[in-house]
Design a protein around this ligand. Structure first.
Ligand code: IPE
Ligand code: IPE
Ligand code: MG
Length: 255
């Protein structure tokens, strides 16, 4: 029997009804494109970076809640390979966020048994960003609760091209034959090789596109969109997405 547990931290709008999540049918891996920080700030007459700062607090709320609910993996798109195109000051601010985030939040992550991981080309990040991230990975590596996976300097096309390069080198050196290349082998050369596939993709801010996020891994994920900007996202909306997921019928091409 599914366990029904009450809708917690409920800050319901008048139109919303309380919902019950089924505890044994949660998405195991939730991926989120946290979008709309800039517009959130602009609407308040504030600089874009104020939106990023507020967005960081929402990350904390959502991580806490995902961990409490028993989600296994939470992948958060924090910086794309295309985000380098932004003004230098904004990029610099974004590169400082992981430092601030981990300075203030690492103790709680440890207490909650969360394991920090990353996908993306982390080596190309500034030294202080890399340092903060690597320290968090190192200090949480023995934790076996929620996997908090940050996509940092991540681009799906880059990831796939890199996988092709690595496989080609192995074929050229005779370590592999072309016939041995299959979906499993390809997946094993992705940043996500150790993770289960995302079940649910959430994108905030009204945009309905992938923006180079997990193109391979999201092949059969359920998509959930909201017009709410990331700094206004909260536990209630997160649970709403999970609830909607639980009411989807996944067919994987079958009947
Ligand atoms: C998402 O918010 C955060 C990052 C991409 C780092 P945006 O900064 O894209 O905000 P909008 O989409 O411009 O409102
Ligand atoms: C996607 O958002 C990247 C992150 C959330 C980190 P963007 O704001 O960069 O995406 P586009 O430019 O609207 O497609
Ligand atoms: Mg955006």
């Amino acid at each position: 029997m599914p366990i029904k547990f009450p809708f917690r931290n409920a800050k319901l709008n008048k139109t919303e009804q309380p919902i019950g999540l089924e505890g044994d049918h949660l998405p195991k891996h939730v991926a989120i494109i946290m979008d709309g920080n800039g517009r959130w700030a602009k609407n308040r007459g504030m600089p874009r970076i104020a939106g990023h700062k507020e967005g960081m607090n929402v990350v904390k709320k959502v991580v806490r809640h995902a961990s409490d609910l028993g989600v296994n993996v939470l992948t958060l798109y924090a910086f794309s390979t295309e985000n380098w195109k932004r003004p230098k000051k904004e990029v610099e601010f974004l590169m400082k966020l992981p430092v601030d985030f981990l300075n203030t939040y690492l103790p709680e992550l440890l207490e909650k048994n969360v394991q920090v991981q990353t996908i993306g080309e982390v080596d190309a990040l500034p030294e202080h960003t890399r340092h903060a991230v690597n320290e968090a990975i190192e200090r949480t590596k023995h934790n076996d609760g929620l996997i908090l996976n940050f996509a940092l300097n991540y681009g799906s096309r880059y990831e796939m091209v890199e996988a092709v390069k690595q496989i080609s080198v192995k074929v050229k050196s005779g370590q592999l034959t072309a016939d041995q290349i299959d979906e499993t082998l390809f997946e094993n050369h992705m940043f996500t090789s150790d993770l289960i596939e995302p079940d649910l993709l959430i994108r905030t801010s009204g945009e309905q596109r992938l923006s180079n996020f997990l193109l391979w891994q999201l092949a059969y994920a359920e998509f959930w969109f909201t017009d709410v900007f990331w700094p206004d996202f909260d536990e209630t909306l997160f649970e709403r997405a999970l609830y909607d997921y639980q009411n989807r019928k996944r067919r994987y091409g079958g009947v």
